[in-house]
Design a protein around this ligand. Structure first.
Ligand code: NZQ
Ligand code: ZN
Length: 391
């Protein structure tokens, strides 16, 4: 097992009705003026925003609001939020939504507390020295941003999507009520389950971990649990138990736990996908499913024992089967199709030209600083080859 640091400071309030504790939770964090940040309408339609406003008011906490965060959240709204927070003296950011809203809040938090252009952090020009405290009411199990150190923002000019990671932005608390996810469209539920799987897979396929009995056991149980419950939710979207399993898995999948001791994550599929959602504005989870199989076929020979272990322990391929690793890859692709996820770019609904593929791989090369990966180190020509295979 490789050496590691694990840091997961977020307080989790899990279960029905948690959103009614928001006032007390913000107060415990010493928040006096809140920015209530949310998306395009689901939280308003479900009545969730009203319950949160009531809880803040009952606790005597002042708030201002900024809605309209879109999936693949935009830099322009982040800038608007920074100005608003400065004008209104906001000292606490409350994100009500999924990864997009949480990431937008984190970016606003950096912008308010640091001088200069907030994009500098995402453009890898400098490091942030502070972030406003962020709290979360989670409405979709997917990105894991409620416990993660990262935020991902899209700059409209050029469709440039970039992530920035720092422990400064890890949320202070996350309210996780599985019932809130029952209003999700089936496609978003499936995208979320895919992203959750991927956050663990990107940590699992490593060449540097050595023996990782416990971490592997946690990772494999998480993967099996999410696949099982994704199928239950496909057929029974209001199943509370399945919603709860998936929601908790979403946080554990991306808070670092499933990578403890792995000697370095892979995260190539994420790098490849971020260029797709930056350029074509597709849902992140669907983009991941569309390229995963091509990535896996491209790299598996260089990480064979891990792919074989995955096939047997997670996908149920009998040990000793010929081409065990490939059977495991095929089985995960079949699972993606069973929950309505694409396994190619065409199925994702995008048809890039050869020139577009060159642009995607060039941008991916820039975003990753030239190389990415642990299962296999990818360079720009490898990225191009994988995009081509994914067509
Ligand atoms: O805007 P509303 O109306 O709320 O609709 C949203 C949105 O259209 C809808 N939705 C959310 N909760 C709902 C709901 N609809 C009905 N009922 C509910 N309860 O779902 C749609 C997707 O929301 P979004 O927040 O975009 O989803 P997700 O959590 O998948 O976040 C995706 C973003 O997170 C980034 C992705 O790249 C993408 O930009 N990621 C962030 C990470 C992080 N910060 O750690 C890691 C991830 O790998 C990922 O890159
Ligand atoms: Zn992801």
């Amino acid at each position: 097992m490789a050496d590691f640091t694990f840091y997961a400071p977020t307080q989790i309030v899990f279960g029905r009705g948690g959103e009614n504790q928001i006032g007390a939770l913000v107060k415990a964090q010493n928040g006096k003026k809140v920015l209530l940040h949310y998306g395009g309408g689901s939280a308003r339609r479900s009545g969730l925003l009203d319950r949160i406003r009531a809880s803040l008011t009952a606790a005597g906490i002042a708030y201002t609001e900024l809605g309209g965060v879109v999936p693949n959240p935009r830099l322009s709204l982040v800038r608007e939020g920074i100005d608003l927070c400065r004008r209104e003296g906001v000292d606490f950011l409350l994100a009500v939504g999924g990864g997009s809203v949480i990431d937008s809040a984190k970016a606003i938090g950096y912008g308010v507390t640091n001088e200069g252009d907030v994009w500098d952090f995402y453009d890898r020009r400098r490091q942030a020295s502070a972030c406003l405290p962020v709290g979360v009411v989670l409405t979709i199990a997917a990105a894991g941003s409620e416990m993660s150190s990262s935020s991902v923002i899209t700059k409209e000019e050029g469709g440039i999507k970039r992530g920035y990671s720092s422990n400064l932005c890890r949320p202070r608390f996350a309210v996780m009520n599985p019932e809130l996810t029952m209003t999700l469209p089936p496609y978003q539920t499936a995208c979320g389950c895919t992203d959750i799987l991927m956050h663990t897979l990107e940590r699992y396929f490593t060449n540097n971990g050595g023996n990782m009995e416990l971490t592997d056991g946690i990772a494999e149980a998480l993967l099996r649990t999410v696949m099982k419950n994704a199928v239950i939710l496909r057929d029974d979207p209001e199943n509370y138990g399945a919603r709860a399993e998936v929601m908790w898995a979403g946080s554990l999948s991306h808070n670092g736990l499933t990578g403890c001791g792995n000697g370095g994550d892979d995260f190539s599929v994420h790098a490849l996908e971020h260029e797709l959602s930056g350029m074509y504005d597709v849902a992140h989870g669907a983009g991941l499913a569309a390229v995963w199989g091509s990535w896996a076929r491209y790299v598996y020979r260089e990480c064979l024992p891990r792919f074989e272990q995955f096939a047997v322990r997670v996908m149920g391929v009998p040990a000793g089967t010929a081409d065990t690793a490939l059977r495991g890859i095929e089985a995960l692709e079949a699972f993606f199709r069973s929950i309505g996820m694409p396994t190619s770019l065409r199925e994702l609904g995008v048809e890039p030209s050869e020139q577009d593929l060159l642009t995607l791989s060039r941008k991916c090369g820039v975003a990753t600083g030239g190389t990415k990966g642990s299962a296999k180190k990818l360079h720009e020509p490898d990225m191009l080859a994988i995009y081509r295979m994914a067509l």
